[in-house]
Design a protein around this ligand. Structure first.
Ligand code: AVI
Length: 313
């Protein structure tokens, strides 16, 4: 069947400007999307293999064990759309259960998406596969001309929605709503609120992989912007904030120090934070309330070991 790949024009991330303005702010911060250079992607895959970080394994187990219920609740679907599809592995379970005619996978990393989507196309010869290299967060509408009419299911697994603050999460879900259309549905996975010790351990794994993932951000700035961070002079610091309902990840300066980036100097006081990520955790009803602000009504949900998958129409 047809395989189509298209790189849509994207407004390139401006690492330099985002970093310079994030470091000029108080508190200092850098957007979490900059974790995912090549080394960062590898480190994230390694995080998913750590015994303390159960999120990915739990979601996979939930999807595999409840697949027939999930498929029955969804019903017939013409097209599955997966924003942020990456290696296109997770969606295969749904392809097996739902047998849509069309799969559309979207990701900012067009080249690796194309390779992964082509592999899906080889393995599912009756499926039309469209891979779009695009910025689905800011420009999801650009996908519309490449999607067939009919019943669409948007699939957004992995608790990626938790890395957005609630307002931004609602805006992303509203864009999904528009792309899905009146008949469309959303299947979304997210991490639940749970024992803070478990959450703390998940973001402070004993092997130090999450610490390396966080500190890789500084190494990336050294590599790509010629910055002179000394990563050993910063401490990975992640904790669960129960009032805000989120893991907060920071890099804490272990000394008073100056760092030069792209010709500008920034001072870090001893103990000062550079904030790098929030990872929100939800109660099921809390998430449904956010989804409702974006025009989605919950139609079913499944829970397993502190993780939830919800279906919306
Ligand atoms: C990608 N995202 C859902 C992960 C999370 O748990 O928020 C990113 C991550 N950060 C540290 N560990 C994993």
């Amino acid at each position: 069947m047809a395989f189509t790949f298209k790189n849509l024009p994207v407004e390139r991330d401006d690492l330099r400007n985002d970093v310079l303005s994030g470091l000029a702010a108080s508190p200092k911060s850098i957007p979490p999307k900059y974790f995912y250079d090549e080394a960062g992607c590898r480190l994230f895959e390694a995080i998913c293999r750590q015994p303390e970080y159960a999120l990915c394994r739990t979601e996979q187990a939930l999807m595999a064990s409840r697949l027939s219920d999930i498929a029955a609740a969804i019903g017939p679907v013409d097209c599955i759309v997966e924003p942020g599809a990456g290696d296109c592995v997770k969606v295969r379970l749904l392809l097996d259960a739902l047998h849509p005619c069309h799969l559309a996978v979207l990701d900012i990393a067009g080249a690796s998406l194309a390779a992964a989507a082509q592999a899906v196309s080889r393995d599912y010869p009756d499926l039309a596969v469209t891979a779009l290299g695009m910025d689905f967060i800011h420009d999801l509408e650009a996908a519309e001309p490449y999607l067939p009419a009919g019943r669409r299911l948007i699939y957004y697994p992995g608790s990626s929605i938790g890395n957005f603050p609630p307002d931004a999460a609602s805006a992303v879900l509203a864009r999904f709503r528009r792309l899905a259309g009146a008949e469309g549905q959303l299947l979304i996975g997210f991490d639940l609120k749970k024992d803070p010790q478990l959450l703390h351990a998940a973001y402070n794994d004993a092997a130090g992989v999450t610490a390396a993932f966080n500190l890789n951000l500084l190494e990336r700035l050294n590599r790509e912007l010629g910055a002179d961070f000394e990563p050993s002079r910063f401490r990975h610091y992640a904790f669960y904030n129960p009032v805000a309902g989120r893991i907060e990840m920071h890099l804490i300066s272990l000394a008073g120090q100056d760092v030069e980036i792209a010709g500008q100097r920034f001072h870090f006081a001893l103990g000062e934070t550079l904030h790098t990520e929030h990872s929100y955790k939800f109660h099921c009803d809390e998430f449904s309330a956010i989804a409702k602000t974006a025009g989605w009504q919950r139609s079913a949900e499944w829970e397993h070991d502190g993780f939830a998958v919800q279906l919306y129409g």
